[in-house]
Design a protein around this ligand. Sequence first.
Ligand SMILES: [Zn+2]
Length: 308
Amino acid sequence: MSEPRPRLGGWGRLLFGLAAAAVVASGCAHRRPRLGTAEAVVTSAGTFLLVYESADRAGGEMVRRALIVGAPRLARWGTLRAPVEVQVLPTHESLERAVNRPGFDWLRAWARREVVFVQSPSTWFEGGPTQAQVNELLLHELTHCVMYQAASPGDEWQRKGIPVWFREGMASVTANQGYRRASWAGLARLLAGPPAEDPIDAPERLFREESDAVYSAGHHAFAFLVRRYGDGAVRGVLAEMHAGRGFEQAFEAAVGLRADAFVREFRRYVLMGGWRNAPPRFRRRGGHECEPSSFASPGESKSSSSAK
Ligand SMILES: [Zn+2]
C-alpha cells in the first residue's frame, strides 16, 4: 500500500517534508498539483507538515483546524512517533492518482505511516463540508497513522497481517463514525450472506464496491473488541507488533485468545442477537460508549464519506 520512504526523526523528517513539498511545487503542473504552501502544525499528538495549494487557503485552514481538534482524541492510542505530512490535494482525480486507487469515487483521503493525502474539503461536494465533517475525516486518517507507527518502527506494519476489520474499525470507532454504519440488525443480514460477500474477510473488490459493508463490519467488530477487552488490549496488540510479532501472534498475546476465535465470537454475537441485550448507547451507535456527537455531525451524505 505504501512505498518505502526515507526514515528521519523529528525536525529532520520535517525538513525532508519541506524539501519534498518544494519538489512537488516545482513539478510538472499538468500531472501534479502545485502544493506551494507548507507550514508546521505542532499538536499534543505530534507534529504535522501541512502542504496545500497556495490558492486553496480555505481548504488548508479547515484541515489545519482539524489536526488541532483531533489531536487529543488520538491520545487514547498513543502519540505520533514521527511527523506526518498532510497533503491537501486540489481535486478527487489528483487524490486517486496520488494513492494509485482509480475508481474509488467515494474516497476523500488516504493515510500512510507518515503521510496523509486528503482531497481539499472545498471540492468534496457542492456547498462544502462543515468543520465537524472535516474534523471527523482527519481524525479517522490520523488514527491510521498512529496505528501504523505504533505497530512497527518502519513500514513493516504492512507485513504484519493486520486485518481490515481491525484497521478500519479502529479508525471508525475513534472518529465516532457509528452513525454512518449499518445497524446491528443490518450487519446480521450482511454476515448471513454468501461467503464471497463476507465483509469481514473483505476482499479488495468488496472494499471498492461495497465499502459501507466493510466499514460497518469493521466498526462493530472493533467496538465489540473494546467493549469486551478494553482499550488496553488494543494498545497491547500494537505494542506486541512493534516488538516484532505479526498481528495474529500479537493479538493472542495481548487479548488472550486467537484473532480467528475472536471473530467467531463476534459473528455469534451478531447473528444470535446478543447486541439486543447491550446498553442502549452501545446498541444504537455501534459501540460508542464515550461521548458521541459534538465532534461529528450525523446526517451527512455518503459523498463526504471518510475512508482509509
Ligand atoms: Zn480508514
